[in-house]
Design a protein around this ligand. Structure first.
Ligand code: NAD
Ligand code: IPM
Ligand code: MN
Length: 375
């Protein structure tokens, strides 16, 4: 019997609701497939912050680093200024553990309709490989009071530290904001190789890069050139560079035409919500933040404060994220069992589906429904 130690951060809003169902399903898979999980639970999120002022202490990061993986619900709450918890917890975890890949598969499920018509018999089977540490997520920027910027900055990443000084004067004295994006050769190389290796594994001959060199030439022109250089290492797989606006247009019309989609951080964030909608809803969008240290698995969606406590939260995204986590730690039989249970659950009676998908199953009922299907 293998034992795993998994850090569990339920977080805010529907985070605790959906992660409880993911835990339930992992436990059911463990019983059938002979593994045990010790959950190391963390309280971080809005309630903890509002009570104690603490966001995510360094001691917790050290402790989490000793776990085999991490499962996260969602963070962010209307009672806390946007960014404090999202950057302070979620992005800090991604950067601290250098989780440079954000892997977000999007697949059609039988009996979950796509909101746009798919050409006869075709299905969505794509995966977003989102760079997870750079781009406009560097956190470098400032707001000026009177058009004048004069502020130091620093950011630490697994690959490098960067420090400098923002200095700029606008000719008028109005309030203004500046935020800098950064991309580096090694940052682009590692995510590009991951995307191409994944395409190879999936037996595909193409990777599509979401870019925007026409309007943002320094950042995304560099991205295009560096990605092309890495793509040359792969003779059997071609690189298609597409402007992200055109990609969104095509995704909404012919989503089944896409396989591996490589994205810089910000476009990957947006494209993955769009793909979740195309497969049936955010409650189906699963993801993993993957790196060479602790990897962290979490749904694409957020804390959905508009439906918290109503039972409307669909836990399948969290459940599929937990399956990705099991696969990552080597419990592939458990992972396959969860994926099969989700498919089997979704092909059941039309009313016995999560509320998001038009059924009458609350979050808990949906978790129970999947857990019962585990074999
Ligand atoms: P959101 O993803 O929380 O919600 C968007 C819409 O989708 C809402 O209408 C919501 O009800 C619905 N939805 C989301 N998940 C669902 C599910 N599992 N089942 C059914 N419906 C679901 O995005 P938002 O409203 O922009 O953000 C709310 C908060 O979450 C903010 O504080 C934001 O910063 C945070 N956030 C956190 C994460 C994360 O922790 N990974 C991700 C995105 C947003
Ligand atoms: C996501 C979220 C986060 C992101 C936010 C909450 C910082 O939207 O995981 O997709 O932008 O990466
Ligand atoms: Mn997002």
């Amino acid at each position: 019997m293998k034992n795993y130690s998994i850090a569990l951060l339920p977080g805010d809003g529907i985070g605790p609701e959906v992660s409880a169902e993911a835990v339930k399903v992992v436990e059911a898979a463990g019983e059938r497939h002979s593994f045990k999980v010790e959950w190391v639970k963390y309280p971080f999120g809005a309630a903890h912050y509002n009570k104690t002022g603490e966001i995510l202490p360094a001691s917790a990061l050290d402790e989490m680093g000793k776990c085999d993986a991490m499962l996260l619900g969602a963070v962010g709450d209307p009672s806390v200024k946007p960014g404090i918890l999202e950057r302070g917890i979620l992005l800090t975890l991604r950067f601290h553990f250098d989780q440079y890949i954000n892997l977000r598969p999007a697949r059609s499920f039988q009996s979950v309709p796509c909101p746009v018509p798919l050409k006869d018999g075709s299905v969505i089977d794509s995966v977003v490989v989102r760079e997870n540490t750079e781009d406009f997520y560097m956190g470098i920027g400032a707001v000026s009071e009177n058009g004048r910027f004069d502020a130091p900055f620093e950011a630490k990443r697994g690959l490098y530290d960067v420090a400098g000084h923002l200095k700029a004067d606008f000719s008028c004295e109005f309030p203004a904001a500046l935020q800098i994006g950064a991309l580096t050769r090694p940052g682009i190389e590692r995510v590009t190789r991951y995307a191409f290796d994944l395409a190879k594994k999936r037996g595909e001959d193409k990777v599509t890069l979401a870019s925007k060199a026409n309007a943002v030439p320094f950042l995304y022109g560099f991205l295009d050139e560096e990605t092309k250089r890495v793509a040359e290492e792969y003779q059997e797989i071609s690189l298609k560079i597409q402007n992200v606006d055109a990609m969104c247009y095509q995704l909404a019309r012919t989503p089944a035409a896409y396989g591996v989609i490589l994205c810089p951080n910000l476009f990957g964030d947006i494209v993955s919500d769009l793909l979740s909608a195309l497969t049936g809803g955010l409650g189906l969008g699963a993801g993993g933040n993957i790196g060479d240290k602790l990897s962290m698995f979490e749904p694409v969606h957020g804390s959905a404060p508009d439906i918290v406590g109503t039972g409307k939260a669909n836990p399948l995204a969290a459940i599929i994220s937990a399956s990705m986590m099991l696969d990552h730690i080597g419990e592939s039989a458990g992972a396959k069992a969860i994926d099969a249970a989700v498919s089997s659950y979704l092909s059941g009676d039309a009313s016995e589906k999560p509320i998001e998908l038009g059924g009458n199953h609350t979050c808990q009922a949906a978790g129970d429904g999947v857990a019962r299907k585990i074999v």
